[in-house]
Each structure stands twice: as C-alpha cells, then as structure tokens.
Write a protein that binds this ligand. Structure first.
Ligand code: NAD
Length: 542
C-alpha cells in the first residue's frame, strides 16, 4: 500500500549522448564493444534469485558476423518453468507487502545506473547481439530508463487516484497487484521492451516470469543482472529463456497466470489469446491480455508535401535498424505529380547509406536479425524481381556470406494491394504506390483498408484543409499518427506508443493506461460511526 505522501515529480526523458569523435562516451563504448566482442558469456536461467544451469543451450551470434559467437544461453524446460512459477508465487506476498517507495527505489536506482555507469554495457550488448548502430542502441537504452522512471511515476498516479469520501465515511481504493503471476514474452528488436514487459507489472507489485527472445538474450540478461544488483528480491522476476512452445504449454495455461504482457508478432499473440480462451474455465481469474503486435506502417504524401523532409522520412523511417522497428515505414503513397523528383532523391539518398558492421561508426544500417528474417526478405525481393507489377527504385540485393545483410530496398508497386504493400516484412524493404493526383480520396481509403494493421502512419502535406481531411480519413489506421514527420521514433511520455486492429491492444507502454492493466482495484468503505437504525425517517404516518 502506498503511504499518504506522493513525492515523485513527472520524469524527464533521458538526453541522448552524441558519440562524436573524441567524446568520452565514444571511447568508453568502443572499449566495451571490444571487450564484449572478445568473450563468450555463459547465460544461466535466473529462478528465485539463483542461477540455474541447464544442459540444453543455444548459441548467440552477431547478426552482422553470424559465425561469431558472443554468448551461450541455457534454455528452460518443463521442470525449470514449473520451478519459476513456484518461485514467483513464493515471492508474491513479501513483494506486495513491501512499501511502494521501496519497490520503486529499486527501479529508479536501476534507471540511474542505465543512464550512468551501466549504459555502455547495455549499449554494447544491444549493438553486438541485436545488430544496432550506436545511435539506435543509444535510443533503445534511453527508452529503457524512461520506461522505469515513467512507470514508477505512473504507479504513483494510479495509487493517488482515490474515490470521494463523505462525512463519517472514508472510501479508498486499494490497487492490488493481480492475483497470480505475470507471463512476459518479449521480442528481439528493443532491449527496452524486453526490460519493460516484466518490469512494468512488477512496479505495481506483481511477480513475473520473463521469456526473452533468443536473439536479444545477451542484453536482456545484463538488464536482469542489473535489477538483481539494485536489490530486486529473489523470485519477483524470473528470467527463463525457453522456446515459445514450452512457454505456451507450461506457463500460459497455468491456473495462476493472471496477466500476459506480450510484444511480438500478431500470429503469436493470436495463438496465445486462443489458448487462453480454450482454457478460460481453468484460470483463477480472467487473465489480462496486453499485446503490442505487428504493423504495416505508412507514409502518405500529398502533392503539397515538402519534398526533402518527405524523402528523409521515407529513408530514415524505412531503413533505420534495418526496418525492424515495429513502427518502421514499409509502404508509402506518393502522388504522380511529385514522384519524379521524389524518386530521384530517394535513389540518391539510399545510395549514400553504408550497410555494414555496427562497430564501424559510419554504418547507417547493419544486418537483419537472423537467418529466418534474411530468408523472408530474400523471398519478397525475389518475388518482386520476378513480378511484372514491381520495379526496384533502389536495392534489391542481399548477401549472407558474413552476416544477414539485405540492402535497403525500395520497390515501386503498380497495384496498392501487391503483397509487399500489405504484409508485414520486418526488414529494410519499403513498397511505394504512386497514385494519380485526382485519386486522393480513393487512395486514402486503400491505405486505411488494404492491410489489417493499425500501428503507425504519417502524412506529408502543407495544405491545412488537406491535412484535416487526411487525418480524418486515416483516424483508425494507426495508434500513432505523425504530421510532416517520419512514423518512427516515439518517445515515452511524449508520444505514448501502441496500435489497434491487428497491431495490438493499444495499451500504450510506459503510461498509466498500461500500468492500470496490472492492478485489480479493491474498493474499501470504512464508516466511522455506523448506524444502528433499520427504519427510515420517512416511514412514519403523518
Ligand atoms: P515473434 O512473435 O517472433 O517473437 C516474440 C516472442 O514470442 C519471442 O520471445 C518468441 O520466442 C515468442 N514466441 C514465439 N512463438 C511463441 C509461441 N508459440 N508461444 C509463446 N511465445 C512465442 O516476434 P519478434 O520477431 O521477436 O519481433 C518482431 C515482431 O514484433 C514484429 O511483428 C513487430 O511488429 C512486433 N513488435 C511490435 C511492437 C509494438 O509495439 N506493436 C514492438 C516491437 C515489436
């Protein structure tokens, strides 16, 4: 229970480091990269605060140098997952009972470490393990600290929101953690999301099992170690790398699974939701299901668009982190009147992008995450090359001899429903449909309906009447909408992130809207002078 004093001020976002040549942060990061690239970290499970070593392990390699092993990670099976459930449930009472200021202090301390001395450990492991350039890793790790600080602040906002009381009566809302444990399953593409999925529920007093993605396990492990160092009690978060299948089989269907916090693909979330539905009668509570899932994010230009910012938005929005941000632009609509100049500038700008090793700081784009992703991208490129409906504006090649490299690729599609215009690819491939200027309304309708997703979208126009029209037409096509800006780069506390339709439950990570899903309010009325009366005053004959 919180005490009566709420003292945390609304946090400010972490300011990024610049990593300019000669800067101390650049030197520190380079040293950490060298150190981490030269070692093979043995990663155990962490259950009930203890390291658990299993025989089954996986190797973690660098996507941009896929023979280079940087970690070996233990995998949990049925036995370890059951141990983790027991450890979480055992830790529950004491964690719930810990004063919220003390719980919060653990996470605020971790945030300070992340933006302080621990920053380069997380940056380097994210760069090497997930193939992020320095800037992409920096904003990821800054977001992790933001999630912690805004999470604690959000919890305070929730706890402070109390019902009205009247004379002689005190009403209060006890925001209990959920009655069971949280199952957190995270994706590869953001260390911040990995960290946030088990931590946000823990901030409001829940216990969790956390299954990280096998391709993000190194940075995620370092975060777990940090939480332990900052005093997270044993069993509150249990770190259990395992297969998705095992997590579903042994954890999702457990009667005490009270909340499911997921980020990843739409297919996996839908399969878990189905599984929960099939098991619904066996749960102690109706599990809360929160999932942020796939996207087919768009940039839609009008003929009044300012060309250079539009081109920059398509290039940065589509290719930063190899198009593997859930918000990455992967389709664009450009009017015929401005297409020739947009096309020319796209070709020129894309040709300048260096694709390569993240340890070379002039790299703009590195490798896609793994072989499966490489094969997916290759498939889309090969089919486009063979299709009369497509022509390459840029890219269209790939090379997996050293790393999973796919060149930044722009495909012009003659039909707006060609597969690469509507399906999530999750790689550095953007498809563009050029529409006739007098077909704006029809093309807006296609943008709205051609794909099942609704995560992010951006429009470019100078004409205000047109901006109003486009915003209205695309109101349900995204959860995060940008006017004259790229569709990526949401900042915690500034552009709360999440999408609707097949893109998720839109519970806006890092906000009160998300944190509120992890509490179950217990409403308490206390009467100071209880009445003994039974009859009411009106019950008298005149
Ligand atoms: P993924 O769905 O392949 O994997 C996500 C997690 O689910 C991993 O830990 C994986 O091991 C696990 N998993 C796989 N199969 C499972 C199963 N049957 N049961 C339980 N867990 C299972 O996604 P990914 O490749 O790691 O991440 C990319 C996807 O995530 C994209 O679709 C992207 O759009 C989405 N994403 C969305 C957001 C958002 O905020 N909407 C943010 C980041 C990523």
């Amino acid at each position: 229970m919180p005490n009566a004093y709420f003292t945390i001020e609304k946090p400010k976002n972490d300011a990024f480091n610049g990593y300019l040549p000669g800067s101390p942060e650049r030197a520190a990061l380079k040293a950490e990269l060298e150190k981490q690239a030269a070692q093979v970290v043995k990663i155990p499970l962490i259950i009930g605060g203890k390291e658990v070593w299993t025989e089954e392990t996986i190797q973690v390699t660098m996507p941009h140098d896929h023979k280079h092993v940087i970690a070996e990670c233990c995998m949990a099976g049925e036995k370890e997952l059951n141990m983790a459930i027991d450890a979480a449930l055992e830790a529950k009472d004491a964690w719930e009972a810990m004063p919220w200021e003390h719980r919060s202090a653990i996470f605020l301390k971790a945030a300070d470490m992340i933006t302080g001395s621990y920053r380069q450990v997380l940056n380097a492991s994210t760069m090497l393990g997930q193939s992020k350039t320095v800037f992409q890793a920096e904003i990821d790790i800054a977001e992790l600290a933001d999630f912690l600080r805004f999470g604690v602040w959000g919890a305070q906002e929730i706890f402070g929101d109390q019902p009205a009381s009247s004379a002689g009566v005190w009403n209060r809302q006890d925001y209990r953690p959920l009655d069971g444990f949280i199952c957190a399953i995270s994706p590869f593409n953001f260390t911040s999301i990995g960290g946030n999925l088990p931590t946000a529920p823990a901030i409001v007093g829940n216990v969790a099992l956390w299954k990280p993605s096998r391709t993000a396990v190194l940075s995620n492990y370092y975060y777990m170690k940090l939480l332990q160092w900052c005093g997270l009690p044993a069993g509150v978060i249990n770190f259990v790398p395992c297969t998705g299948g095992d997590m579903s089989k042994y954890v999702v269907s457990h009667p005490k699974m009270a909340g499911f916090h997921f980020t990843g693909s739409t297919g996996v979330f839908q399969s878990v939701w189905k599984q929960v539905g099939e098991n619904i009668a066996s749960y102690a509570n109706y599990p809360r299901l929160v999932g942020e899932t796939g996207g087919k994010d768009f940039i839609f230009a009008h003929n009044t668009a300012d060309i250079e910012p539009l081109v920059a938005a398509i290039v940065r929005g589509s290719f930063e982190y190899q198009g593997q941000k859930c918000s990455a632009c992967s389709r664009a609509f450009v009017p015929a009147s401005i297409w020739p100049v947009v096309e020319k500038r796209l070709k020129e700008q894309t040709a300048t992008l260096k694709v390569g090793d993240v340890q070379e700081f002039d790299t703009f784009m590195a490798a896609v995450i793994d072989k499966a992703s490489f094969e997916t991208c290759k498939g889309y490129i090969d089919r486009a090359a063979a299709s009369p409906e497509c022509e390459f504006v840029a890219g269209g090649s790939y090379d997996d001899s050293k790393g999973w490299f796919v060149q930044p690729t722009i495909i012009r599609c003659k039909t707006p429903t060609y597969e690469s215009m509507v399906k999530e690819i999750f790689g550095p491939i953007v498809s563009i449909y050029v529409y006739e200027n007098d077909k704006l309304d029809e093309t807006l309708a296609i943008c709205d309906s051609a794909s099942p997703y609704a995560l992010t979208g951006a429009i470019f126009a100078q004409d205000r009447e047109v901006i109003v029209k486009m915003e209205r037409a695309l109101r349900n096509s995204s959860g995060n909408f940008y006017i004259n800006d790229k569709c990526t780069g949401a900042v915690v506390g500034q552009q709360p992130f999440g999408g609707a339709r097949a893109s998720g439950t839109n519970d806006k990570a890092g906000t009160v809207l998300n944190m509120i899903r992890w509490v179950s309010p217990h409403t308490v009325k206390e009467t100071f002078s209880p009445s003994s009366a039974i009859a009411y005053p009106y019950m008298t004959e005149a």
